[in-house]
Design a protein around this ligand. Structure first.
Ligand SMILES: NC(=O)c1ccc[n+]([C@@H]2O[C@H](COP(=O)([O-])OP(=O)(O)OC[C@H]3O[C@@H](n4cnc5c(N)ncnc54)[C@H](O)[C@@H]3O)[C@@H](O)[C@H]2O)c1
Ligand SMILES: [Zn+2]
Length: 443
């Protein structure tokens, strides 16, 4: 049993310290938005995005004018991507059934899936205008049947990004605000003089956005903890080479300065060749400015002896994206339990998943893959149960059990809810505060 690190990222303690600093900034900023509403939002937009407007909501005329700047090819590509996302989301929606069952004669139990009534979709746009994030959150909310869809994105190079605004509008956004960061998610969740608060926040973002959503959870729902992108490549010599591994690692490292990328392999040769290839690519990649920092601070290369070890390490890291290129990709699909999404085989890649293939790219980071998958149509639906007792016999029978089980816990008032029904529908005279027994109860 041997697991060797050829390269390690920042120690956990340093990562925790970064998180604590972010959490403190977010807490004080949210408090400011809570106390001063629109005035605080505007100050923050000016401070962080140098963007000053009377109101940050785009009018219909502005939306039309902005979309007119998008080329026909780009518009067609956006529509194609949204079709893929909506097709898969609709198939997932169709798999979620309302149910109603009779669990014993006269006892009917059911659940209904009800759309969240208003949602705030955050579409990142600090470093890159993330057009695709609009498909993932807005178009999917539409498939779910959410009646009010609010969308926010920061200005890009000082103005609303046409591709992002087009994708929000085509996806079905009812209100579009050009706001980013903590001020965007804070305003949508808390509400201001001009923005009605939403019930659920969704969408990815940088560390500030992800932490703000985390702190706002409870006041509103959130989809999941979807912070700075992470990627893992699981590769062996049979299916991958250094070019594929290095390209797949750097392809996500360019997102920002803090994107972990991990190579997990059973081949020291492939690991060393990938390290060399990454150095070569970092010299020519135009976005190396960020990718290099992420790679230096958060890149890891781990060599294991066996596939079982690779599986255990992969589940422990629970990376957001996991690209698998081995002689047993389906074995990883069958056995991995903690991850955001799997990308299986050398023909598949994360960037297609990010932009177009149809699965949702908003995925769990920082080990959240241990308890949730990514954003999907089901995150916009609330599953509510209901029950009906439809016969006198059932009311008496379930009531007798209920009465005794309430008294087992000392709940006399609860028991009496049951007793009154046993008396009324079962014609059994249960004295107030005592346990109910039906003639048949000794079964
Ligand atoms: N987990 C996922 O599913 C997923 C998917 C796509 C993207 N992402 C991540 O989304 C992120 C996008 O980040 P981004 O920064 O480019 O765009 P962003 O839109 O998330 O953040 C930009 C905003 O951050 C705020 N900000 C910047 N510096 C700040 C500071 N010092 N203090 C307070 N606020 C500040 C500003 O208000 C700005 O509007 C990346 O980290 C990327 O990896 C994650
Ligand atoms: Zn990406």
């Amino acid at each position: 049993m041997a697991i060797t690190y050829l390269k390690r990222g920042k120690p956990e303690a340093d990562r925790a310290e970064d998180d604590a600093k972010t959490a403190a900034i977010v807490a004080s900023t949210l408090k400011d938005i809570e106390q001063r509403g629109d005035a605080a939002v505007r100050e923050l937009a000016v401070k962080f995005d140098k963007y000053d407007r009377e109101t940050y909501r785009l009018t219909e005329a502005e939306i039309e004018a902005i979309i007119a700047k998008v080329s026909p090819q780009d518009l067609a590509d956006i529509k194609f991507a949204q079709e893929q996302v909506k097709t898969f989301a609709q198939a997932q929606r169709d798999s979620m059934l309302d149910i109603e069952v009779e669990t014993m004669p006269g006892v009917i139990l059911g659940h209904k899936n009800i759309p969240v009534q208003s949602v705030g979709c955050y579409v990142p746009g600090g470093k890159f205008p993330m057009v695709a994030s609009a498909h993932m959150s807005v178009a999917t909310a539409k498939v779910a049947g959410v009646p009010r869809i609010v969308a926010c994105t920061p200005p890009f190079n000082g103005e609303p990004n046409p591709g992002v605004i087009a994708a929000m509008h085509l996806g079905g956004a009812d209100e579009i605000y050009v706001l980013g960061g903590i001020q965007a998610v804070g305003a949508m969740a808390i509400g201001t003089e001009t923005i009605d608060p939403v019930h659920l926040l969704v969408g990815p973002g940088n560390a500030f956005v992800a932490e703000a959503k985390r702190q706002l959870f409870g006041r509103v729902g959130i989809d999941l903890f979807a912070g700075p992108t992470e990627t893992m490549v699981i590769a062996d010599e049979s299916a991958a080479d250094a070019e594929l591994c290095a390209t797949d690692l750097l392809g996500q490292a360019e997102h920002g300065y803090n994107s972990p990328c991990v190579l997990l392999t059973n081949s020291e040769k492939l690991a060393r060749e990938t390290l060399t290839e990454i150095d070569r690519l970092l010299d020519i990649l135009p976005t190396a400015g960020t990718a290099k920092v992420s790679w230096e601070d958060y890149g890891e290369v781990i060599v294991c002896d066996t596939y079982d070890e690779m599986l255990a390490v992969a589940d422990d890291i629970a990376s957001e994206h996991v690209q698998v290129m081995t002689d047993r990709d389906d074995w990883f699909l069958d056995n991995m339990t903690c991850y955001g999404a799997l990308f299986l085989g050398p023909r598949t890649n994360v960037a297609n998943g990010d932009k177009v293939i149809g699965t949702n790219h908003t995925l769990p980071t920082k080990k959240a893959g241990r308890y949730t998958g990514g954003l999907w149509v089901g995150k916009y639906l609330k599953t509510h149960s209901y029950q009906k007792v439809t016969t006198d016999e059932a009311a008496a029978r379930i009531g007798a059990y209920g009465s005794r089980l309430c008294l087992l816990e000392g709940f006399v008032g609860h028991a009496e809810q049951c007793n009154v029904r046993v008396r009324r529908y079962g014609s059994v005279n249960v004295p107030y505060g005592e346990a109910a027994f039906l003639p048949e109860a000794a079964e």
